[in-house]
Design a protein around this ligand. Structure first.
Ligand code: PEP
Ligand code: MG
Length: 312
């Protein structure tokens, strides 16, 4: 369990071509960490906490009611630690809860979830965490326990933020939970147009990184439901409007020395890789099966850029 702490040891690492842009991997469930670690990825760009909860088949509230707060925290800590251990000392970016209410409704205790016409525009991500600080505190406690065990490689990421106010409120809850934002690596998802448009304010909150959630950024920018097959032909992650938000965000973040990353599905598309590497993104994070191709593609683009600069 989470209490049987031992010093972090270095995990396994495969070989990889050297690139200036880091290539990371998205890990879906802790059990997938071992396979992801041997790809030689530079770390985990996205580990979603909601999968740790969904696998218990209970909503967080139900889990706490049945087993108590400490058991809930330990479940999260154990899952996070499995991945952190496999990758240590490579960084592992873990995102706090972001399940829409229709996903939580499938679980035991799900009958208490609010009924929403548009769960994707509703009660999820940081909005829910700020509205239910008692559940957010338990998530933060799991992070704090990992830090205490020595996993300083763990990075905390906040989903679905719109602006600096969301982040400042989350920061005070982090402090209340014993996490010092000045001392830890943490950041936010940029996955709403508002967050991309308010990027200066977000940078001023002291984030170490932002990560593009292009799955959501595309649906919200183009007003195309990512789960609606009827409009699937309109769902274009490389749409000029989406690319505009990505480029302008990277440029502002470079001015503030804030690292930029992409962890949406589009991160494995060669055209996306080329455009973002050219603009100076810090890292890209792809599914385990796409790591090798992404490593090759990034290397190719970087070599091309070097050649072009020599010719200029
Ligand atoms: C995204 O929106 O691109 C993302 C990575 O988050 P999720 O797919 O979990 O919404
Ligand atoms: Mg998202």
């Amino acid at each position: 369990t989470a209490d049987s702490a031992s010093e972090p040891r270095a995990g396994r690492q495969g070989s990889k071509p050297m690139t200036a842009t880091d290539i990371k991997v998205n890990v879906s469930i802790p059990e997938a960490a071992e396979r992801a670690a041997v790809t030689g990825a530079d770390g985990v760009g996205l580990l979603r906490m909601e999968h740790m909860v969904l696998s218990t088949n209970k909503t967080p509230q139900q889990y706490v009611e049945d087993h108590g707060e400490e058991a809930f925290v330990n479940t999260l800590t154990d899952s996070m630690r499995t991945v952190a251990e496999e990758f240590y000392p490579r960084p592992v970016r873990i995102r706090t809860l972001d399940a829409p209410t229709d996903e939580f409704r499938q679980l035991e205790g799900g009958e208490d979830e609010p009924s929403e016409h548009n769960p994707m525009l509703g009660y999820r991500g940081i909005r829910r965490s700020l509205a239910e600080p008692e559940t957010f505190r338990l998530q933060l406690e799991a992070f704090r326990k990992l830090y205490e065990m020595g996993y300083d490689s763990v990075e905390l990421m906040l989903p679905l933020v719109n602006d600096a106010e969301d982040v400042e409120r989350a920061k005070s809850l982090m402090r209340e939970a014993g996490i010092d934002p000045e001392k830890r690596d943490w950041g936010v998802m940029v996955e709403t147009p508002a967050s991309a448009l308010c990027i200066e304010g977000l940078c001023e909150t002291g984030v170490d990184f932002v990560s593009f959630g292009t799955n959501d950024l595309t649906q919200y920018t183009l007003a195309v439901d990512r789960n609606n097959g009827t409009v699937a032909d309109r769902y274009d992650e490389l749409h000029p409007a989406v690319m505009h938000l990505l480029h302008s965000t990277i440029e502002t973040c470079r001015d503030y020395d804030v690292a930029t990353s992409i962890c949406g599905q589009a991160a494995s598309k060669p055209r996306m890789i080329r455009q973002l590497v050219e603009t100076g993104i810090t890292s890209i994070s792809v599914n385990v099966d796409a790591v090798a191709d992404a490593q090759r593609e990034v290397k190719r683009v970087e070599q091309q850029l070097i050649l072009e600069s020599v010719r200029d």
